[in-house]
Write a protein that binds this ligand. Structure first.
Ligand SMILES: *[C@@H]1O[C@H](CO)[C@@H](O)[C@H](O)[C@H]1NC(C)=O
Ligand SMILES: *[C@@H]1O[C@H](CO)[C@@H](O)[C@H](O)[C@H]1NC(C)=O
Ligand SMILES: *[C@@H]1O[C@H](CO)[C@@H](O)[C@H](O)[C@H]1NC(C)=O
Ligand SMILES: *[C@@H]1O[C@H](CO)[C@@H](O)[C@H](O)[C@H]1NC(C)=O
Length: 274
């Protein structure tokens, strides 16, 4: 035996040790779905396939309900309704050996509604107002970023945090002082859910625009002065009318009171004369 021949034998032995299935046709299971990050309540199609030429047993293992839609020896197409994060597995048996592939499916609840509230909606320059944005029923919360905008300018942006998998309401509150420009642009709130790192997409939703009415503080002072002057004048007028009324009543009683009594007295004493 040449040294070269023994080297070849060693290589073959090593190959046998490292790769016990090398002699057979290596089979592989693949799974194709539209997305591994799926929207809650949306039916998903899952295609389990193998490159094994003649698979014996095959299927999809899941805790959720499934329908077999179509099949060929090398693939099976299922419809499944997933309502929470789960692991599914595809299996095929090829030449007596079972091949399994697991896939994690995560469910998300996208932002469907973005509700913006300005409080108060009438504000004087320099005074505080609150911008509140609510995004009901979203998950995963940590994939969500809420941005408050004035026109196209970003006023405030917050990356939400949360650990629960169940959908919940995201609330972002920001206080700001009113500027003159605040009256010239609409406010809006934008919710962005980034599922790209999980194999999904970027979901974007914007609230209805809201306007803020801004008042000049000078105008405000003028209003106060006008209201005060009108109030004082009104008070003086009402007081003088009341005083006139009271004095005239007293004067009238003093003048007619005695005559009234005398007339009644006369009627009492000489009723036949009247
Ligand atoms: C399922 O996947 C296999 C392998 O990629 C492919 O050949 C087959 O056409 C797919 N079936 C459907 C219904 O998409
Ligand atoms: C999934 O949901 C849809 C609509 O709600 C329904 O038509 C379908 O039968 C469901 N599929 C399974 C596998 O439960
Ligand atoms: C799937 O989820 C399990 C448990 O939730 C985790 O241990 C595993 O690493 C995940 N696999 C992948 C491919 O993400
Ligand atoms: C905003 O203002 C309100 C009332 O003026 C206050 O209760 C709240 O804590 C403030 N929030 C922030 C984030 O400053």
């Amino acid at each position: 035996m040449t040294p070269f021949g023994s080297w070849g034998l060693l290589m073959a032995f090593l190959a046998l040790l490292c790769c016990p299935g090398c002699g057979e046709e290596a089979s592989e299971v693949a799974m194709w779905t539209e997305q591994l990050v799926v929207e809650s309540g949306v039916t998903q199609l899952i295609n389990c396939s193998t490159n094994c030429a003649q698979p014996e047993i095959s299927g999809l293992e899941t805790t959720f309900s499934k329908h077999l839609l179509d099949e060929k020896p090398q693939w099976k197409l299922y419809e499944i309704n997933v309502s929470q994060d789960t692991t599914v597995l595809c299996y095929f048996t090829c030449s007596g050996r079972q091949e399994i592939k697991r896939f994690n499916i995560s469910v998300f609840y996208p932002p469907k509604q973005v509700l913006l509230k300005l409080q108060p909606t009438f504000v004087t320059i320099g005074r505080w107002f609150t911008i509140e944005c609510r995004v009901p029923s979203v998950a995963p919360l940590e994939a969500l970023t809420v941005t408050l905008l004035r026109g196209s300018e970003i006023l405030y942006s917050e990356a939400l945090r949360g650990t629960t998998l169940s959908p919940q309401e995201a609330i972002v509150i920001h206080n700001a002082t009113a500027h003159r420009e605040d009256g010239h642009h609409d406010f809006s709130c934008q919710a962005e859910m980034d599922l790209q790192s999980r194999g999904g997409s970027l979901i974007h939703r914007v609230s209805e625009p809201q306007a803020l009415e801004v008042y000049e503080p000078v105008q405000d002072n003028q209003m106060v002065i006008i209201i005060t002057v009108v109030s004082v004048l009104l008070f003086l007028f009402v007081t003088s009318v009341l005083l006139c009324f009271v004095f005239s009543q007293q004067w009238y009683q003093r003048r007619t009171g005695t005559y009234g009594v005398q007339a009644a007295w006369r009627r009492l004493r000489w009723p036949h004369r009247v």
